[in-house]
Design a protein around this ligand. Structure first.
Ligand SMILES: *Cc1c(COP(=O)(O)O)cnc(C)c1O
Length: 380
């Protein structure tokens, strides 16, 4: 894992200290949870800390947003009630008639937002293989305003060159947003690579314990585009609860160390499976055989905890393998301390383009040897 500093401090330190203040009223080292929906107005008309009503702003959310902005090296952040609400705010900050480019291998919910919900509101959408820069270039139109990148992609872990796509977007008068959920701010620094916005499903690694739902948008600059995202958050009301903000900030304190464990474990599991005769393919950007490895090695600080495997045979063999694991839990989602395995095509439904023999694996923080032993017995 390469070292990364934001400003003078290392990310490990930022994760512990950002958005943290000793409570002035009580001296509490850990922050209280502010459940109050409303805040007292001073006789003169002002407010003690600028808080008026919790949908507009809340102390726990403000601390979280400050931490998220610092972690990604951005100017400002907006926290949402889910990753999908965060993505929707980025899309809805566009205008009817604007053109958006998304990758073909993208989180299923992102695709549905763009092609189903927002297409009906007049957004034009092109879907391209974003690993092929020529395809992105060919899709550009005079009204292209946003290129949405997801790398590594879901579920095939395709790698997109963020720097190249951001450059292309800017030359065309568009902005570039990156879904950085899978690598986390520890594994990939999109704003440093030229992107304008970073989106997170904080439900995953930032939350880290499969017990909270949340999303975030971090912006390089507090500009007009971000102001529209902020309006969607506060007026649209897609905000996280104070308790979820508190819980998420608590989790972020250990994120750098959890990401080390996830990445190390995933690399070990990927190497084991790559040599297994009953595995037809392993998709993990840390493997030198991965078609995107060279770009990943350049733009990622660590390869993350997600991988996909294709089981020899077809859907039946894949589902049978998932049925035999004991330590892994068969469930959707990712980024928690516990390892998960999922037959993706049957979750995505009839429109899915995912190979039928593909299992998506979220490597948790168990000892890699125990995970490998479990996979070995499931493949016997
Ligand atoms: C889970 C996920 C989302 C959606 O986030 P929710 O918190 O479930 O709304 C978006 N992008 C990626 C890459 C994800 O894994």
């Amino acid at each position: 894992m390469r070292e990364e500093k934001t400003g003078a401090l290392h990310l490990e330190t930022v994760a512990v200290h950002a958005g943290r203040e000793v409570d002035l009223g009580t001296g509490a080292v850990m922050p209280p949870i502010h459940l109050s929906t409303t805040f007292e107005r001073q006789p003169g008309g002002g407010y003690t800390d600028g808080f008026v009503y919790t949908r507009s702003d809340n102390p726990n959310r403000r601390s979280l947003e400050s931490c998220l902005a610092q972690l990604e090296g951005g100017a400002v952040a907006a926290a949402f009630g889910s990753g999908q609400a965060a993505t929707l705010s980025v899309f809805q900050a566009l205008a009817a008639g604007d053109h958006l480019i998304i990758p073909d291998d993208v989180y299923f919910g992102t695709r549905t937002l763009a092609l189903d919900i927002l297409a009906r509101w007049g957004l034009q959408v092109s879907v391209v293989d974003m690993t092929q820069l020529d395809e992105v270039r060919a899709a550009l139109q005079s009204n292209t305003r946003l290129i949405w990148v997801e790398t590594p992609s879901n579920p095939l872990l395709k790698i997109t060159d963020i720097e190249a796509v951001a450059e292309m977007a800017h030359a065309a008068g568009a902005i570039c947003a990156v879904d950085n959920t899978w690598p986390s701010p520890l594994g990939q620094r999109p704003l440093q690579l030229g992107a304008d916005l970073v989106m997170h499903s904080t439900t995953k690694y930032l939350g880290g314990h499969s017990d909270l739902l949340g999303g975030a948008v971090v912006a390089r600059a507090e500009d007009d585009y971000f102001a529209r995202i902020r309006t969607h958050q506060t007026i649209g009301g897609a905000v996280p609860s104070p308790f979820d903000c508190w819980l998420l900030l608590r989790s972020i304190r250990t994120l750098p160390y959890r990401m080390r464990g996830h990445s190390e474990g995933a690399m070990r599991v990927a190497e084991y499976l790559a040599d297994h005769p009953r595995i037809a393919a392993v998709h993990y950007p840390g493997l030198p055989t991965h078609p995107g490895h060279e770009i990943a090695a350049r733009q990622m600080l660590s390869y993350g905890g997600m991988l996909s495997i294709q089981v020899e045979g077809g859907m039946e063999e894949a589902i049978a393998m998932a049925a035999r694991v004991r330590l892994f839990t068969r469930a959707t989602s990712l980024g928690g301390v516990e390892s998960l395995i999922e037959h993706r095509a049957s979750v995505e439904g009839p429109l899915s383009k995912t190979p039928a023999n593909l299992l998506r694996v979220s490597v948790g923080l168990e000892h890699p040897n125990d995970l490998i032993a479990d996979l070995a017995q499931a493949l016997e």
